[in-house]
Design a protein around this ligand. Structure first.
Ligand SMILES: NC(=O)c1ccc[n+]([C@@H]2O[C@H](COP(=O)([O-])OP(=O)(O)OC[C@H]3O[C@@H](n4cnc5c(N)ncnc54)[C@H](OP(=O)(O)O)[C@@H]3O)[C@@H](O)[C@H]2O)c1
Length: 338
């Protein structure tokens, strides 16, 4: 099979499409022929050498695919063979074939294309965990979604709107029209102005009940300030560090140095809370993933989960796909197709 190999840390030239041995499904596993594979910010950070959870290099990244079941291992029902599925893959998804435990496979709804299917697991499970499971967002509350035009951002917007929350989102200005069409109540250009006073003005000085922040470092301090009484902040990334080579390492160190410390007494007296999410540290929580996925699939059937694929790049164009996200051009999901 062909696979996208991240050969070492570096710029996009370290990404190579190589022939690799076909995986064989072990007991309890399903082998999927990949039609589309999700590209995530984590794949970029991994290439840059800034993602501690990634496998040792050379490696094939890829947390999610959509495709058809090619074969199954022992103890898996052969009825699955030929079915269209979406799979969560603990790496290896950016390949023509990938094997994953049957518990991480679910049937692809017919109304989704393979490309849309590959846009579901990481973005929507992350957004579900942040807004529903951990953030407890309620009807009538307000939420600040950073990078609202990105993959997780658009997923969070779908869910927040369904819950009946008021939505504020930061994004590059070029994405604001699209975000307004998708139903974002207030888009804030955070790159050409300080977003915090703008948000405070929009909320009559009160702030929001929930902020979700994947930027890291000093941004977490500001997002905490943006919380209203009873507010919660979900931290889930460090995009601010993104860069290749020594620049990335320096940015990561600076972000770590600027990371705020939240004291329990301070949180108690301010009536605020902070929580963190790392989906990649939840592989032992299959039941949670399954129940969240059921809700998300219900949303697909009911039409309020609307995975938006901005662009599909062929495996051979993987360098362009990485550059596209790094240069902040993507609105929603970027997928790779064999
Ligand atoms: N902890 C978890 O479990 C988990 C799971 C999934 C994703 N994440 C994190 O969530 C964030 C979003 O992930 P995603 O896959 O949905 O990606 P994404 O939002 O589609 O990523 C690209 C967007 O991020 C924004 N951005 C902010 N800082 C950036 C920078 N320094 N360089 C490039 N783009 C930057 C840009 O949009 P604007 O300029 O318009 O804002 C860009 O278009 C990432 O930090 C990722 O690591 C965490």
């Amino acid at each position: 099979m062909r696979a996208i190999v991240t050969t070492r840390n570096g710029d996009v030239d370290v990404l190579k499409v190589e022939e690799c041995p076909d995986p064989v499904p072990a007991k309890g596993q399903v082998l999927t022929r990949v039609k589309a594979s999700g590209l995530n910010f984590a794949d970029i950070l991994a290439r840059q050498g800034l993602y501690p959870d990634g496998p040792p290099k050379p490696c094939v990244m890829g947390y999610e695919v959509a495709g058809t079941v090619e074969a199954v291992g022992d103890e898996v029902d052969r009825i699955l063979i030929g079915k269209s599925v979406i799979a969560m893959t603990r790496f290896g998804g950016q390949a023509e074939l990938v094997a994953a435990p049957v518990a991480q496979i679910f049937e692809k709804p017919e109304r989704l294309s393979f490309e849309q299917g590959a846009a579901i697991p990481v973005n929507y499970l992350t957004a579900w965990a942040l807004l529903v499971a951990m953030g407890g967002l309620k009807k009538g509350e307000s939420v600040l979604i950073h990078n609202a035009g990105g993959g997780v951002g658009l997923a969070a917007l779908d869910i927040a709107k369904h819950l009946g929350a008021k939505t504020y989102g930061t994004a590059s200005a070029s994405k604001h029209d699209f975000l307004n069409q998708r139903g974002l109540d207030h888009a804030i250009d955070y790159r050409n102005q300080d977003w915090l006073p703008v948000l405070m003005d929009l909320t009559q000085g009160r702030g929001v009940e929930l902020a979700i922040d994947p930027l890291g470092g000093p941004s977490w301090k500001k997002s905490y300030k943006a919380l209203r009484t009873s507010g919660r902040m979900g931290v889930f990334g460090m995009s601010i560090a993104s860069a290749s080579g020594i620049k990335g390492k320096l940015r990561a160190l600076k972000a770590l140095a600027q990371t705020p410390r939240f004291h329990p007494l301070g949180m108690m007296n301010r009536n605020k809370g902070v929580f963190g999410l790392n989906l990649g540290h939840m592989w032992n929580e299959g039941e949670k993933f399954a129940s969240w996925t059921r809700e998300i699939m219900r949303g697909v059937e009911e039409g309020w989960i609307r995975p938006h694929v901005d662009r599909a790049f062929s495996f051979d164009q993987v360098a362009d796909a990485h550059r596209y996200i790094e240069s902040r051009k993507n609105i929603g999901k970027v997928v790779l197709v064999p």
